[in-house]
Design a binder for this molecule. Structure first.
Ligand SMILES: Nc1ncnc2c1ncn2[C@@H]1O[C@H](COP(=O)(O)OP(=O)(O)O)[C@@H](O)[C@H]1O
Ligand SMILES: [Mg+2]
Length: 335
């Protein structure tokens, strides 16, 4: 088939650029698709001529990796464009990406179907807003949008009102005034859960991220959560367990919740949820990623596939096939 890849290229090593794909990742996806027998062409999503080139080339399907460079809803840009051009593509559409990129929307929707989520204390849109006193610590202060742990530091976990005020101010300065949320901090074990396919979506077993092999300095910069420093410097030092080291029924329950969440959020083909599991084994759904990282050696989904005995090409094939099957059935193309 004639397959296009849409992507945003990582151009600097800045925090903001870390969500974008490196030339190597784009090449790895291209190689995987080529080895599956497809004719592949690359489309940089922030090129001024994207609309016209796609309209003229008309790939039979697009493998979408684009996060969007500007604005908080950048992930929805390529899906909207491709819908308008009537070109099918892998992954979630406008609705799925739009909901997933907003951690407050995601939380409210999941809560409405009985999935446990951390309690939301406040969304701070403007620095002129008063910060409501918090009755229970610790809390975490983090961006409503963003990904790749941008803006997440060990000091994002706050134990007093004073720490919260400081963390909000710092994060606002750093994000150029984008919205910040204050939510309950879930003490517990961190897992990530992959969901793939549509009829029905299939959940992989949760993968546990165990920070204990990190040394003291690394642990300080990590603080038991996936900080930006952890993601960029220490992620290879953690231990990963798939399935997570919980009783089997806990893992099964998390998988069921992940599938339910995937469906209610209007996601398609692939997504990955971050979940924290407390000492009573209650899984709290933290967020979902509609455009999953596909860095061959470091991203969670490729790592999970490897741990299950599959390889990178299998993952790329499964994403593409999910989309092709969906398109063939003419199902869920409208969101
Ligand atoms: N409510 C929370 N309780 C505990 N840890 C959290 C909470 N929210 C976020 N974290 C930690 O911060 C990390 C990054 O936050 P997340 O919401 O997943 O943002 P991103 O989109 O940048 O991945 C999570 O993987 C987790 O370790
Ligand atoms: Mg996350």
């Amino acid at each position: 088939m004639k397959v296009g890849i849409t992507f945003n290229l990582r151009k600097t090593f800045s925090e903001r650029d870390s969500v974008f794909d490196s030339p190597k990742t784009i090449e790895d996806v291209k190689l995987a698709l080529t080895s599956l027998g497809h004719r592949v062409k690359l489309y940089e999503a922030d090129s001024e001529t994207l609309f016209y080139i796609l309209k003229i080339d008309r790939p039979q399907i697009v493998f979408n990796m684009a996060e969007g460079r500007f604005g908080v809803f950048g992930e929805s840009f390529v899906p909207a464009l491709l819908d308008e051009l009537k070109i099918p593509y892998t992954g979630s559409g406008v609705q799925g990406t739009l909901v997933a990129v907003n951690k407050v929307f995601t939380k409210l929707i999941l809560q409405s179907i009985g999935i446990s989520v951390p309690k939301l204390y406040q969304v701070v849109n403007s620095l002129k807003e008063e910060i409501t006193p918090i009755d229970k610590f610790p809390v975490i202060v983090k961006p409503v949008f963003e990904g790749a742990s941008i803006g997440i530091k060990s000091k994002s976990i706050c134990y007093s009102q004073e720490e919260v005020d400081k963390a909000v101010l710092k994060l606002k300065e750093r994000l150029g005034n984008r919205p910040v949320m204050i939510e309950e901090f879930i003490d517990g074990v961190e897992v990530t859960v992959g969901v793939i396919g549509n009829f029905p979506p299939k959940s992989l077993p949760p993968m546990e991220i165990d920070f204990s092999p990190l040394n003291k300095r690394e642990l300080n910069a990590t603080n038991g959560i996936q900080t930006f420093t952890f993601k960029t410097n220490y992620s290879e030092k953690a231990n990963y367990y798939l399935p997570a080291r919980f009783p089997p029924e806990v893992n099964t329950h998390i998988q069921k919740m992940a599938v339910k969440a995937f469906e209610i959020l209007g996601l398609r083909d692939i997504a990955r949820f971050d979940v924290r599991v407390d000492k009573d084994f209650t899984p709290y759904f933290i967020e979902v990623n509609a455009i999953v990282g596909l860095e061959k050696e470091h991203s969670d989904f490729p790592r999970m596939y490897k741990m299950l005995g599959y390889d990178y090409n299998d993952l790329i094939k499964d994403i593409l096939n999910s989309a092709l099957e969906r398109v063939k059935n003419n199902m869920r193309v409208t969101y």
